[in-house]
Design a protein around this ligand. Sequence first.
Ligand SMILES: NC(=O)c1ccc[n+]([C@@H]2O[C@H](COP(=O)([O-])OP(=O)(O)OC[C@H]3O[C@@H](n4cnc5c(N)ncnc54)[C@H](O)[C@@H]3O)[C@@H](O)[C@H]2O)c1
Length: 329
Amino acid sequence: MNEIKGSKILVIGGAGFIGSHVIDELLKEDVGEIVIYDNFARGVFDNLGASLKDSRVKIFELGGDVLHTDILDRAVQGKDYVFHLAALWLLHCHEFPRSAFHVNIEGTFNVLETCVRHGVKKLIYSSSASVYGDAVELPMTEDHIYNNKTFYGATKIAGEHMCRAFYNRYGLNYTGLRYMNVYGPRQDYKGTYIAVIMKILDRIDNGLPPLVYGDGSQSYDFIYVGDTARANICAMKSESTDKNYNVGSGIQTSIKELAELILKITGSDLQIQYEPSGQTFVTNRIGDPRRARDEIGFDFDMGLEDGLRNLIEWRRANIDLVNKRREGA
Ligand SMILES: NC(=O)c1ccc[n+]([C@@H]2O[C@H](COP(=O)([O-])OP(=O)(O)OC[C@H]3O[C@@H](n4cnc5c(N)ncnc54)[C@H](O)[C@@H]3O)[C@@H](O)[C@H]2O)c1
């Protein structure tokens, strides 16, 4: 087990959806200092409200862009562990491939190089199930082929391979985490496969039937954001290195089942309205969670129904923020 008592930690992309939950999970541990490094391209202060009250948490005041290597260097200096979650999201990469290349590939290279320079004990890299593309076999183990066809997935594959090359050349320990479809409190409308949850809730609020595209049979592996954050802590503590792990529940849920569950939780008697299918990047995704359980001790905890209840409760309590994000989506 890696020693984390009193350790100094940098969370790159810490103001984002998953990163802010990683900070919450770190605060449950006996760590010394947590510094958030984020350029706030998508991250928001509202995500950090509670954690910033803890004196161990600071936002790096000189800046927070992974492309600003001199500033990044200063932020990494003296840190024991680094979490790298900063990235442009799938649709952004689709529309702006060159920016995707800069932020997700060059930015990751910058993080790796800086971690080597400062002798960081371990890097936790946020990869994605997008590296697998459409499943050729289910559930997808970590040995599933790279069947990706998107720019976003391409950047994540590059990131994984760069981690491996830095480990082999310079001995930088790392774990890569391939998140499935992460949902939960603080999510916005930009998540490609999970925005549907927010959109269904909006429709229900307005007395309109939830829209499902196609026949609703597209299936995903939904994993609660708190569990995803905990997987990061398991990876930090684990001595496993130079490996990538799925972070998912291993449970297949179709969009139709998801919509039905949301209708049930909200007590709505509206019926699903089916619409012709639009653009979909991946239609079938379930990750095999066993390797993460066996090798880094991560298992999901939160079932979909309870997780959705938490999300709905958070959405109600933060409706002004949700409205602001919907407009910016
Ligand atoms: N949410 C999911 O379902 C999911 C699934 C698979 C993988 N991932 C990966 O997990 C990580 C976190 O995802 P998220 O959902 O929290 O996304 P997010 O966009 O909420 O968080 C990413 C953070 O990185 C910051 N950022 C962007 N560009 C930056 C730059 N140039 N320099 C510094 N910071 C920058 C953003 O402001 C944001 O706070 C990402 O790497 C993402 O690709 C997410």
